[in-house]
Design a protein around this ligand. Sequence first.
Ligand code: GLP
Length: 262
Amino acid sequence: MRVVIQENYENMSRWAAKFIADAINAHKEDRPFVLGLPTGSSPLGVYRCLIAMNRSGEVSFRNVVTFNMDEYVGLPHEHDQSYWYFMHDNFFNHIDIPAENINMLNGMADDPEKECEEYEKRIASYGGIDLFMGGIGVDGHIAFNEPYTSLCSRTGLRTLTTDTKIVNSRFFGNDPSKVPSYALSVGVGTVFDSRCVLVLINGHNKARALAHTVEGGVSQKWTCSALQMHNNAIIACDEAACGELKVDTYRYFLDVESSQRL
Ligand code: GLP
């Protein structure tokens, strides 16, 4: 696992955006580059950087196919807290990606099980995901894979925990009862089938989750800890998120990154 520690959120976002743009530009195969994407506040800086890089011609999304991680059940596209709305508002509407290359789970599907099965098949039809960018919740959930979700889980229906509803209520007028109780989400297994996983972890409130991801044992209690089993996993974080790491761990990753990856 690589842990790339940056001074602040802006630098973390710039680093991650460059990593993604470089991966897209290095892709020389006939098939499109397949990119997995998250929502939440963590990736907003990356999206802003990628939009700027797209405008300046440093990267194009014409040959990129995207798959988003998750979507609330019961929110239509036009709902301003649906992830469909979020992604179009914050990213897709500002880049050169063809609309038909965008894949998102439909939280309004009549048959959620079928929707999730077809999503997995669609990912497979593109040859799998090249790079999955993710964020994590304060309880270490990746996508909507809450604590105790199987580390082998596939795309499916998830029940949101009270903790997550409280945390996410900041987008729903601070009222946890307005946060949907269910979501469709890719599984931990779906994310970890990707050829590369890049997870953004920033801010003091993620310090405990970062420590569990990097130093803890692999456990379904912290679904993000499954990253330890992936052979091409990268965490991009800021200093604020490092507060619960052991000094040795912190120094180790700074040392490795500065000496070998300039
Ligand atoms: C939600 C999303 C996750 C996201 C998490 C963290 O629960 N389903 O995919 O990683 O929020 O969000 P934030 O980046 O705002 O802390």
